[in-house]
Design a protein around this ligand. Structure first.
Ligand code: ZN
Length: 325
């Protein structure tokens, strides 16, 4: 088994108990920060600070076709205005492209990767799983196509992990997702590989993020095992949905969080995260709100929850449509 190859012979109890906590917030620059991302930022930040750890910000800018010009600056500015303090300079995922390629090379050398020439049309009739079409392994034995993506081989050995908030999870990747892409046909490194490499490089040992990413966690754990990386802990927080039950960021009304009066929106975020802030807190300054939040932060209030009804955002939110004048 791949994870067997990384065993060093040290027994587990020899591991130091108090490894410093390193968490992160990793938005994609596909638009300004919306309320859903703010929830993930707040939760990951408070959990890291509560545990006297570091909190890193990493902008996942490895998919230029999907990026919105100016989004990186807008996200960083929003985080500043909302009073987040991250450790070190914020990171750009594109800067670690050389390491992504090295990891890909390692996977290739170990024989876990193969070329896939299937087009979208070739896969049009296959079953759909949590990560999109379930790849049926058409190119496992080779392809004559010239333009190819690279896929990583998977098995049906269940990938199990215990999420701190959502409990025991298991997935059989081969039948539920299929062999998945690690380098796209346009030669860009695929999301899962980049995330796994960057988390490893930064020493991230707990990932707090939205539950919409929980289905992709087994694929990321699979890559960690193939590459011999340590597996971080996971805490998947509920995602914000609108009145129609649509994920906030994907719905028509994906609101950019307002830059004016951030106090009100921050308090609303704490409330949606189950933290019961007193009413008067909305009139306090940003620093005071963070001090209260840190003192009262209790992530377990979110245990077992998959969605947070965000309802109507506090007034002052502007629909993105209007922001793009
Ligand atoms: Zn194929």
């Amino acid at each position: 088994m791949p994870n067997g190859s990384s065993e060093t012979g040290t027994i587990a109890t020899d591991k130091p108990e108090s490894k410093a906590y390193i968490g992160r917030f990793a938005p994609s620059p596909t638009g300004p920060l919306h309320f859903g991302s703010l929830l993930a930022a707040v939760a990951s930040y408070l959990e890291a600070r509560r545990r006297h750890g570091q909190w890193l910000v990493r902008i996942e800018d490895i998919d230029p076709p999907r990026e919105e010009p100016g989004a990186i600056a807008a996200i960083v500015k929003a985080l500043e205005i909302y009073g987040f303090e991250w450790d070190g300079p914020y990171q750009l995922q594109s800067k670690s492209n050389a390491e992504h390629k090295l990891a890909l090379q390692t996977l290739r050398e170990r024989g876990f990767v193969y070329r896939c020439g299937c087009s979208r049309r070739d896969l049009a009739s296959v079953a759909i799983g949590p990560g999109g079409p379930i790849y049926p392994g058409y190119c496992r034995e080779g392809t004559s196509a010239e333009e190819t993506a690279l896929r990583v081989r998977t098995t049906n050995e269940p990938i199990e992990f215990t999420d701190r908030l959502q409990g025991k999870q298991a997935q059989q990747i081969e039948s539920e997702c299929g062999d998945f892409i690690v380098r796209r046909r346009d030669r860009l490194i695929a999301y899962h590989l980049a995330v796994v490499v960057d988390d490893h490089l930064s020493g991230i040992n707990e990932i707090v993020r939205g539950v919409d990413l929980m289905d992709s966690t087994p694929r990321q754990i699979w890559l960690q095992r193939l590459l011999g990386y340590d597996q971080p802990e996971y805490a998947h927080i509920p995602i914000a949905v609108d009145g129609q039950g649509q994920k906030l960021s994907k719905s028509q009304a994906a609101f950019a969080i307002p830059m004016a009066k951030p106090e009100r929106t921050l308090v609303a975020a704490l409330e949606r995260l189950g933290q019961r802030p007193p009413e008067a807190l909305a009139k306090a300054g940003i620093r005071e709100i963070w001090a209260w939040a840190l003192e009262h932060w209790y992530i377990d209030r979110l245990a077992g929850q998959r969605v947070i009804a965000a309802g109507r955002p506090p007034s002052g939110h502007e629909p993105r449509r209007q922001k793009r004048q």
